[in-house]
Design a protein around this ligand. Structure first.
Ligand SMILES: Nc1ncnc2c1ncn2[C@@H]1O[C@H](COP(=O)(O)OP(=O)(O)OP(=O)(O)O)[C@@H](O)[C@H]1O
Ligand SMILES: [Mg+2]
Length: 401
C-alpha cells in the first residue's frame, strides 16, 4: 500500500458527512478521492475511482449500508471497507465484519482510532504482498530513582542517537511539567508544547500536531513541557494516552522523560511503555528508592517486567556503593551502565548540542549508541533484515534529515 491512501466515503447524512470529510481532509496520509450521499450510487463511484479504502457510514440505512459493504468486498477485492456507526450493537458489528468490513469504527469518531485502523489495514496489506513488515513503535519511558540522576540527559541523548539512524523517526516527550529542561539540551525555543496538543486533541486538529513538534538538526523531534506551570492541568492520563496513540502511528520511537512525582500522568507513561529505563546512581538513597519504586510497580499489572535498571555515572567517586552490593540491595540485574563524565555531559548541555554531535567519540556517546542498539535488537530481533525505512502514515515527519 502506498504512503498516501486514496479514500472514498458514503454517508447520506449531510452533517456527519461533512464532519467526516473535514476529518479526512485533515489527515495528510489520506487523499479524499470521492464523497457520496447515496448508497445506491456508491458502488459505481468505487468501481470508477478504485480507492484503497471505502468508508461506509451505516447510520443512514444500516441494511442498505451492509449490503453495500458485501458488494464492494466481493466485486472490488483491492478495496478495504471501513464501517462507521453510532451503534455499538454486537449483531451490527458482527454482520459488518461477516460482510467483509476490515474495521468497525464507532461514532463520535476519534482521530487516533482512524489512524490506528489505517495502520492495521496497511500492515495487513504489506504482509499479504510479502513486503517487509513495518516495525511497530517502541515507547521507551525514562524514570529516575531520585532527582538529578540523569534522566533528561539520557532521554534526550538516547533520542538523538536513535534519530541519527535514517530508518528511525524519534520524538522525545517531556513530561516534567514543572521543571522540564529537554528544550535546553537541544537549544530549541519551541512554538508549541504538549499543552497545546492536549488542549486540541479532542478537536482532532491534525495540523496542530505537526506544528507542535519541533525538529532538531540531528533529526529528533521534541514535544516540550508547557510554558506556564498552570497549563499542565489540562494534561490528564486520558489526553496523554491519546497523544501517545497518535504519535505511535507515525514514529518508530517515543522517548518519554517523566517527572519524579510518579503521579497519574507519569504512571500512564510507564504503563504505555514497551521498556522502562529506571535510572539510578550507586548511592544509598537511590538504591533504596529503586526498591521502594519496584514494590509500588508490582501493584501495577505488567509493569515490573518492563523495567530495566540503568546505572548512571558509574565510577563517580569512592563514596559510591560497589556494583555487587548494589545488585544485592535492589535484587535485580543491571541492564545498562553509563560511565561518569561530567565535563562532557555539561559541555554538551551548556552548548545545547547533543552528545552525538558534541562528543561523538566519547565513552558516553558510545555507551548510548550501544544502548540504542541493544534496545532496538530486543524490540526487533529481525530489524537487520528490514531493507526499507519505515513509512508511517506521517512518514514525512521523519524525512528530510
Ligand atoms: N553520565 C553522566 N556523567 C556525568 N554527569 C552526568 C551524567 N548524566 C547526567 N549527568 C549530569 O547530572 C546532572 C543532572 O542530569 P539531568 O538533569 O539529566 O537529571 P534528571 O534526572 O533529569 O534531573 P531532574 O530530577 O531535575 O529531572 C546534569 O548536570 C548532567 O549533566
Ligand atoms: Mg530531568
Amino acid at each position: 500500500m502506498k504512503t498516501v491512501v486514496r479514500l472514498a466515503l458514503v454517508d447520506p447524512h449531510d452533517t456527519s458527512r461533512s464532519s467526516l470529510k473535514s476529518l479526512m481532509l485533515g489527515i495528510d496520509s489520506i487523499w479524499l478521492e470521492a464523497e457520496c450521499s447515496r448508497y445506491d450510487f456508491f458502488f459505481d463511484v468505487v468501481t470508477q475511482t478504485q480507492p484503497d479504502i471505502a468508508l461506509v457510514a451505516l447510520d443512514g440505512d444500516p441494511a442498505k449500508g451492509l449490503a453495500l459493504v458485501a458488494r464492494i468486498t466481493q466485486d472490488v477485492p483491492t478495496c478495504n471497507v471501513l464501517v462507521i456507526s453510532s451503534s455499538t450493537e454486537g449483531s451490527l458489528i458482527l454482520q459488518a465484519m461477516r460482510n467483509g468490513a476490515k474495521e468497525f469504527l464507532s461514532l463520535p469518531l476519534k482521530l487516533e482510532d482512524v489512524l490506528t485502523a489505517l495502520e492495521r489495514i496497511r500492515q495487513t496489506q504489506l504482509s499479504r504482498t510479502g513486503e517487509a513488515q513495518v516495525r511497530s513503535c517502541q515507547v521507551i519511558t525514562v524514570a529516575g530513582a531520585a532527582g538529578g540522576v540523569g534522566c533528561t540527559s539520557l532521554a534526550v541523548n538516547l533520542g538523538c542517537v536513535l534519530a541519527r539512524n535514517e530508518r528511525n523517526s524519534v520524538v522525545v516527550i517531556d513530561l516534567d511539567f514543572a521543571l522540564g529542561d529537554s528544550d535546553v539540551w537541544l537549544d530549541i525555543i519551541p512554538d508549541y508544547t504538549i499543552h497545546d496538543v492536549s488542549e486540541n486533541i479532542s478537536r482532532v486538529d491534525y495540523s496542530l500536531l505537526k506544528r507542535s513538534l519541533t525538529k532538531h538538526d540531528c533529526g529528533v523531534f521534541l514535544l516540550p513541557r508547557p510554558v506556564q506551570l498552570d497549563d499542565s492541568r489540562s494534561i490528564t492520563p486520558d489526553t496523554l494516552k491519546r497523544v501517545i496513540a497518535l504519535l505511535k502511528t507515525s514514529f518508530t520511537h517515543l522517548i518519554i522523560d517523566i517527572s519524579k512525582n510518579f503521579g497519574p500522568v507519569d504512571m500512564t507513561a510507564l504503563e504505555s511503555a514497551n521498556t522502562v529505563l529506571m535510572v539510578t546512581q550507586l548511592d544509598l538513597p537511590c538504591l533504596r528508592n529503586v526498591v521502594r519504586l519496584m514494590q509500588y510497580f508490582e501493584t501495577h499489572e505488567g509493569l515490573t517486567d518492563k523495567i530495566r535498571i540503568l546505572v548512571n555515572r558509574v565510577g563517580l567517586e569512592d563514596t559510591q556503593i560497589g556494583m555487587n552490593k548494589a545488585l544485592e540491595t535492589i535484587g535485580r540485574e543491571v541492564y545498562w551502565q553509563i560511565p561518569n563524565d561530567f565535563a562532557t555531559m555539561v559541555e554538551a548541555r551548556n552548548n545545547g548540542v547533543p552528545l552525538c554531535t558534541q562528543a561523538p567519540r566519547s565513552k558516553l556517546t558510545r555507551s548510548l549508541e550501544q544502548l540504542a542498539q541493544q534496545l532496538d535488537q530486543s524490540a526487533n530481533p529481525k530489524a537487520d533484515e528490514e531493507k526499507k525505512p519505515r513509512k508511517g502514515l506521517f512518514s514525512f515527519l521523519g524525512s528530510g534529515k
